[in-house]
Design a protein around this ligand. Structure first.
Ligand SMILES: [Zn+2]
Ligand SMILES: [Zn+2]
Length: 322
């Protein structure tokens, strides 16, 4: 027993040693990693600061940043951009309207960049703001400090997909494939480098908020993304990966939908499948297969509730009052 413990400790020490030596190349919250020449990924501090990830894309004369982040995350992304290149940030692409991706917009505008998004991002802001901005300002100093009454919509929008920006060195395509995480989900794709930034339509870990989403349609949106020739997936949250991030996220949504649907068919009510303590959903009887466990976290009971409402009310959960 003792021997076994010593062995485990030595292996642990060896692994931590290895982790130390490879740390420079690894990605962790707050670090920046080059994915391919001229494309960097900054992993956001989701757990501690609520930040999303950022990608920095180098063009011939300027940079494109993917996601404005929260104001405090915007400052960190600006710092990262200055470190990797002397070129100015010309465009900042909001993958969707959520605060952790778009509330930093005013900072980028002040810095001389043009915020850009699919038109659905502006429409979502019209739907949910200024309520969410004002609520967030009560909880986050970086938002309150801006002294603004509401979120700043992207300065430039497009409504035909893909919208393409290119120069001699690179082509960047901005896609809208439909309603998954929000009605404004934008993807950024570099066809030559086979890099895809997926926003929160595909995250790498248990970071999905489905409340503004369309769970039934989600896998169809990802199926469009999966048709692209992709090697690197840079998600809105969690570490970078490959196509398996798209596959896993899609499978998670399908399995969630299917599991809840089967309970509904058996005549189960919401109270039969999720347990509440006060207003909080604390657990669920729904079990999803092991191959999607990377996406299963504390929010599962809420996601089950969202799927239940979507299925029983025959409307996307994001289209129901919330
Ligand atoms: Zn989001
Ligand atoms: Zn997010």
């Amino acid at each position: 027993m003792m021997k076994r413990r010593v062995w485990i400790l030595s292996v642990f020490a060896l692994l931590t040693g290895l982790a130390f030596f490879t740390a420079a190349g690894d990605v962790a919250p707050g670090t920046v990693k080059q994915i391919v020449p001229g494309v960097w990924f900054r992993e956001g501090e989701i757990q501690t600061l609520g930040h999303c990830n950022n990608a920095i894309i180098e063009m011939k004369d300027y940079l494109i940043v993917v996601d404005a982040n929260f104001p405090s995350g915007a400052r960190l992304a600006m710092e990262a951009a200055r470190k990797v290149s002397q070129k100015p940030v010309k465009y900042v692409f909001d993958t969707h309207h959520h605060g952790d991706h778009a509330y930093g917009n005013p900072l980028w505008t002040q810095a001389g960049a043009t915020t850009l998004a699919y038109k659905g991002v502006t429409e979502e802001m019209q739907r949910y703001e200024p309520k969410r901005w004002q609520q967030t300002a009560k909880e986050r100093k970086d938002v309150a400090e801006l002294g603004l009454a509401t979120a700043e919509p992207p300065k430039q929008t497009f409504d035909t997909s893909p919208f393409i920006i290119k120069d001699d060195t690179r082509e960047v395509r901005f896609y809208f494939f439909g309603w998954a995480h929000t009605r404004g989900d934008g993807f950024v794709y570099l066809p030559r480098e086979k890099v895809l930034c997926s926003g929160d339509a595909a995250v790498n870990g248990p970071y999905n908020y489905a409340g503004d989403g369309n769970i039934g349609n989600w896998p169809k949106v990802l199926a469009s993304a999966q048709k692209l020739d992709v090697v690197h997936v840079l998600p809105g949250h969690g570490g970078p990966g490959g196509k398996e991030v798209l596959e896993g996220q899609s499978r998670f949504m399908s399995e969630l939908y299917r599991a809840v649907e089967s309970q509904v068919r058996q005549g189960k009510k919401l109270d039969d499948i999720v347990k509440k303590e006060g207003d909080k959903l604390v657990s669920t009887s729904i079990r999803l297969p092991d191959n999607v466990k990377n996406w299963v976290g504390d929010d599962l009971p809420t996601q089950v509730r969202d799927a239940y409402e979507e299925i029983t009310q025959h409307r996307p959960i994001g289209d129901l009052p919330h």
